[in-house]
Structure formats: C-alpha cells, structure tokens
Design a protein. Structure first.
Length: 338
C-alpha cells in the first residue's frame, strides 16, 4: 500500500532525473552554468577530480567520520548564501564563527586537497568545487551512491555570521519545510537530505529538550519511543552544573561508529527512535511519513533520491563566470591572503 501512495512521486522525480539531459537537470534558482568535468573540458586541470578522490580516500581510511563531517560542511555552505565555500573562510565574524556552525570539521582535509591542487594546477580549482567533489566521494566510500557533481563554481568573497540561518535541530516540521523551500528545495529533498543523519554524531544539548523538557512542557517528547528515551537519558544525563560535559551521541545508533550510509535511519523514524526532533517529525506528516516508509523499505529508492537531492543542493546559488574568484587558500579571500 505504501508503495502505491508514494511511488508516483518518486517515480516522477527519478524519471525526470534519468530522462532529461543531466546538464539540464541541475538548474535551481540560477540558470545552469556549471559543466560536467569542467576542469577537464577547459583543459585547466584534467585530473582535478582524481586528485580530490585520492586524498579523500586517504583521509577516509584513517577516519570514517569524514563522510558525515563533509556532508554537514557542504550543507552548512550551500544552504547559507549558496555553494560558494563561504563557510570555509576564517575570521572573527564569518559563517564559520556562527554558533550554528559550532563543531564543524574536515577543514584540514579541504586544506590538504587544496594544497595538492595548488601544486598541480595553481589558481584553477575552486574551494567550492573541492568541497562538493570531496563530499560526494566520501559519501560514496561510506555507502552512498556516487552522483554527478557539475563543476565550475567560483568562491565567494564574503562571509558573515549574521547570514547563517540554519534551523535548529529541534525546529518544527513546518519551519523545516519552509526553510528548505526558501532554498529552492522541496519536501522530497528535505526528507531525503535528513537521511544524511544515518551517520554522524551530535551533542546532547541538541537532544536534551526532547529528553527532559519538550517544548517547555517539563516532560519528554511524547513522540519518542519510551524505551529509546530511557536509553538516551542515560547517554545524556541532565546537565545541571555549569561546565558539565556535553557528550556526543550517534545520530543513528544502528550505524554508530561504522559511519555507514544506510536506510536504517528511516526505520528509526518510523518506529519513533530518531535522535533529533527534526528527524522524528518526518513521522507526523503524511507526505514525509510515506517517503520515510518507502525509504525504509527500499534502500535503492533512498539512494536514487539522495543522489538527486545532493545534486540539487550542490547547485544552490553558485557563482560562475566572472563572479567571485578562485581562492588560493580556502580559508582566506585572495585579498585577505596577499
Ligand atoms: C592556508 O593558510 C593556512 C594559514 O596560513 C596554512 O596553514 C595552510 O597550509 C594554507 N593552505 C594552503 C592550501 O596554502
Ligand atoms: C509547542 O507548543 C506550542 C504552544 O503550546 C504549540 O503551538 C506547538 O505546536 C508545540 N510544538 C510542538 C513541536 O509540539
Ligand atoms: C493522514 O493519513 C491518515 C490515515 O490515512 C488520515 O486519517 C489523516 O487525515 C491524514 N492527515 C492529513 C493531514 O492528511
């Protein structure tokens, strides 16, 4: 039954993806200006994508948490002012310094890839493309599908903490959807991209309202499976003392330290065992519930949808042509690096 309800929506999205010229399929708010294998096509750095993949693999073999870290970094970049690597810029009042971006990682990996590329093809490959390619590759290594990343993005020249509008992990379903829509994404993208929470960790502080004081009721979140809530309260004891530690918990205890990309996240959503409030709420809307049920039943459907939504996210408000610049160091604008 669930297939009947949901399938038309997904089938439509996927057939659209497969049938149209892939280059035409990436348009969002901006006209399509990115190209398939941009650096090869322009003969500026034929092996750019190979260099990126090689470095990502080296780091990923050492630390599997690279995949969720890059996924979060890309999300934090693309959703705020577009995929322009503005999240990578250092400085006192940059996006990186905003409280919502606290705990972002993988900057070292991006810097290493940039070092290699500046050595091989100086001044050519943008940090925004590196971030997109590296995320695709790390996710693929973790078990996600590979998907085409069109290239030719340029890097932004500004970054301000005040522009960071990322919603909190306990935002309501309506607010979450409004946020995704404001970026040109839809309900299928939202349900799909939240599936990136099949990997990675979060601090207890983002969960404790659900465990102790949901929506200021002084009670736990009623949408949480009681046995799971008990387990989570053990992992995240009430923080009563100032300076008490704020432990990390896995976003998907089933995947845990394997950092494997799986569909088990959706089983947790449908059985009221999601860790974050925003994830659990997918269950309380008929559209997102049906999508979650479909993904829980078919990993392949989730994989296809994930490839599509990641592509769409990677094309939000990209800079091309003469806009922006190609940074020499991903942490600084060229002016700031002189
Ligand atoms: C960028 O600048 C930082 C700080 O000076 C430095 O540590 C890093 O190695 C530089 N990266 C590249 C790619 O030049
Ligand atoms: C939280 O409480 C407010 C006011 O009672 C209510 O309007 C809102 O729907 C509640 N939010 C959730 C997520 O339950
Ligand atoms: C969701 O589905 C249930 C069961 O099919 C139905 O009773 C309910 O009215 C639906 N809710 C909305 C908001 O469409």
């Amino acid at each position: 039954m669930r297939k009947d309800v949901f399938f038309p929506l997904l089938a439509l999205a996927l057939s659209w993806w497969c049938m149209v010229n892939v280059e035409a399929a990436v348009g969002l708010q901006t006209p399509v200006k990115l190209q398939w294998h941009y650096y090869k096509r322009h003969n500026t750095c034929d092996d750019a994508e190979t260099y990126v993949r090689y470095q990502v693999e080296k780091f990923w073999k050492e630390d599997k948490s690279l995949a969720p870290k890059l996924a979060r970094l890309l999300y934090s970049d693309c959703m705020v002012t577009g995929c322009d690597a503005s999240v990578l810029l250092d400085g006192p009042n940059t996006e990186k310094a905003a409280p919502q971006n606290w705990g972002l990682g993988a900057f070292v990996v991006i810097d290493k890839i940039k070092t290699v590329l500046e050595d091989r093809c100086p001044g050519v490959v943008s940090c925004a493309d590196i971030l997109n390619l590296a995320t695709r590759d790390a996710l693929h290594m973790a078990g996600a599908p590979s998907y085409p990343v069109f290239t030719g993005r340029r890097d932004g020249m500004t970054s301000t903490a005040a522009s960071v509008d990322l919603p909190s992990p306990s935002v309501s379903w309506e607010e979450a959807l409004a946020y995704f829509k404001s970026k040109g994404l839809d309900v299928l993208d939202m349900t799909t991209l939240l599936g990136a929470h099949s990997m990675g960790r979060t601090h207890c502080r983002y969960v404790e309202d659900r465990l102790y004081n949901f929506n200021k009721t002084g009670k736990p979140d009623p949408s949480m499976d009681p046995a799971f809530a008990t387990q989570m309260r053990k992992a995240c004891p009430p923080r009563v003392k100032k300076g008490q530690s704020d432990p990390l918990v896995f976003l998907n205890p089933d995947s845990g330290s394997d950092y494997k990309f799986t569909a088990s996240f959706y089983n947790r959503v449908t059985s009221s065992q999601a860790v974050l409030g925003v994830d659990q709420q997918l269950r309380y809307n008929n559209d997102t519930l049906q999508i979650a049920q479909e993904f829980a039943a078919s990993f392949e459907d989730f994989r296809k949808s994930f490839a599509l939504s990641m592509s769409r996210m990677g094309n939000i408000n990209v800079l091309t042509g003469t806009a922006g610049e190609i940074r020499r160091n991903c942490s600084f604008t060229n002016k700031g690096y002189a």
